[in-house]
Design a protein around this ligand. Structure first.
Ligand SMILES: [Zn+2]
Length: 401
C-alpha cells in the first residue's frame, strides 16, 4: 500500500522546520486539567475547528491525558504554526496553521517496536535487578504485576533465574509506554513459574488458568459488545487514523449502568463527545468512564460500591444510538477494558485453550533453550511503525501552506 502523506510526520519535521521557517520549536508538559478548548482559546483559535471532526476524533481530543510531552512550532512573530499533542502512546492530535486558518487532524505517533528476550539471575531482588540490569523500570513493575498472583516473591533467592519476553515501543531512543510482557518466568527452588499473555490480553499460568484475581464487574447486566477497544488503526474508507478508547455495549435507553468496582466519583456531567458521563477513580491508579448516559445518578465526590447503579444508558453527546461507552484508564492512559473486566468463567476452554497451549509450547521451548545454551539477553525482532520521514515542506505544500 502506498504510504499516505498523512502518515509521514515525525518529530524530525519540527527539527527540520527550524531551518526552513526560522521558527522555533519548543516542548512542554501538558498540565493536568488543561482542556484542549482552553488551549485553543489561549492561542486565539476558534473552537469552530473542532466542528470538522467526527464523533470519534472529538472523543480522542477529550482523551488528551496529562504529563504528556508535546511539541509546538512557533513563528518568529509568536504565532503558533503547529502543535503535536500525544493522545496516549499511539496517536497524536496535530493542530496546524494554513492560509485559510487552523486545522486539526489525528495522526499516528512514529515508533519502533522491539521484541526483547531478557534473561538474568537474581542478585538483590527481581525488582531492583530488572531496573539495574535491563534498565527498564516499567518492565520491572509489570513483571511483578503479572507474576504476583502465582509466585511468592518472599521466597526468591540469590541466583534464581528470570526470563521475560516482551515488546517495547521506542521513540527517539526512549522507551514509550508500558512494556507488553508476553511471557514472564521466574525459577525458584528449582521450579519454573510461568505466566503467558494470551490473545485476549489476559495472563494465564501453564495450565491455562487465569491469574489476575482482582477483576472489575460488568458495567451493565446483559452485555452485548457492539464495538471493541482499538488503540490505532487506519480507516480504509475515511483514509484517516482512528482509535476507539473503550468498549461499547449495546443496550436499551434507560438500562441501569453499574459501577465496575468500588471507588469515588471524580466527574459527573457533560464532556464533549461523551455527552453525560461519569468517571470513577479506583485503587491502583485505575479510572473507569461511562459515557452517553441519558441520566446521571451518582454525584461527584460520592463513594460508590461495585455493582451500584450510577446512571442510565442513553445516547447523549456524539452517539448514533443508545449504548454505553465504557472506558478504562490506568494512570491517565486508556487501556482495553476487556483486560480487567470479568465477563465469563475463569480459564480457557475449547479452541481458545488449544491456541493457548500451542503458544505456551512455543515460548517454553524458547526459554528452556536459552537456559540450556546460556544465551544472554537479546532483541528478537524489530518492527518500525510509521517510520517514513518526508520533508515538512512537501507536507505543507500539499496543504496549500
Ligand atoms: Zn465507544
Amino acid at each position: 500500500m502506498k504510504n499516505n502523506v498523512f502518515m509521514r510526520i515525525g518529530i524530525l519535521f519540527l527539527v527540520f522546520s527550524v531551518f526552513t521557517f526560522a521558527a522555533k520549536v519548543q516542548y512542554s508538559i501538558w498540565d493536568k486539567g488543561l482542556g484542549f478548548e482552553q488551549y485553543l482559546q489561549e492561542h486565539n483559535i476558534s473552537q469552530e475547528i473542532l466542528e470538522n471532526l467526527d464523533k470519534d476524533d472529538l472523543k480522542l481530543i477529550d482523551e488528551i491525558g496529562y504529563n504528556h510531552r508535546y511539541f509546538e512550532l512557533i513563528a518568529s512573530n509568536g504565532v503558533l504554526l503547529q502543535t503535536l499533542l500525544p493522545i496516549g502512546d499511539e496517536l497524536q492530535a496535530h493542530l496546524f496553521r494554513t492560509h485559510t486558518g487552523y486545522k486539526i487532524e489525528i495522526l499516528p505517533i512514529s515508533y519502533q517496536k522491539d521484541t526483547h528476550v531478557a534473561v538474568l539471575e537474581v542478585d538483590k531482588s527481581p525488582h531492583s535487578d530488572i531496573v539495574t540490569k535491563v534498565k527498564n523500570k516499567r518492565l520491572s513493575t509489570e513483571f511483578t504485576r503479572v507474576l504476583k498472583h502465582s509466585v511468592d516473591f518472599r521466597g526468591i533467592q540469590k541466583k534464581d533465574k528470570i526470563a521475560i519476553v516482551y515488546d517495547q515501543k521506542m521513540r527517539l531512543g526512549q522507551p514509550l509506554g508500558v512494556p507488553d510482557i508476553k511471557v514472564a518466568m521466574i525459577e525458584s527452588h528449582g521450579k519454573k513459574n510461568y505466566v503467558f499473555k494470551h490473545t485476549d490480553a489476559k495472563y494465564y499460568n501453564e495450565q491455562g488458568e487465569v491469574l489476575i484475581q482482582k477483576y472489575m464487574r460488568k458495567p451493565i447486566k446483559h452485555v452485548r459488545i457492539t464495538s471493541h477497544f482499538t488503540n490505532r488503526r487506519f480507516h480504509p474508507v475515511l483514509k484517516r487514523w482512528k482509535a476507539h478508547h473503550g468498549t461499547d455495549f449495546g443496550a436499551k435507553r434507560g438500562t441501569p449502568i453499574l459501577a465496575a468496582a468500588d471507588g469515588k466519583v471524580i466527574f459527573s456531567g457533560w464532556k464533549g463527545g461523551y455527552g453525560k458521563v461519569t468517571k470513577i477513580q479506583h485503587n491502583d491508579g485505575y479510572v473507569t468512564l461511562y459515557a452517553h448516559q441519558s441520566r446521571l445518578k451518582a454525584k461527584k465526590g460520592s463513594s460508590v460500591k461495585a455493582g451500584q447503579i450510577i446512571g442510565y444508558v442513553g445516547s447523549t453527546g456524539r452517539s448514533t444510538g443508545p449504548h454505553l461507552h465504557f472506558g478504562l484508564y490506568k494512570n491517565g492512559r486508556a487501556i482495553n477494558p476487556m483486560r480487567m473486566v470479568k465477563f465469563s468463567k475463569e480459564g480457557l476452554t475449547g479452541q481458545g485453550k488449544k491456541a493457548f497451549l500451542n503458544r505456551k509450547k512455543k515460548y517454553t521451548k524458547i526459554i528452556n533453550k536459552i537456559f540450556e545454551d546460556n544465551i544472554p539477553s537479546y532483541v528478537w525482532n524489530t518492527v518500525n511503525e510509521v517510520s517514513v520521514l518526508p520533508s515538512m515542506k512537501t507536507y505543507y505544500q500539499n496543504r496549500g501552506w
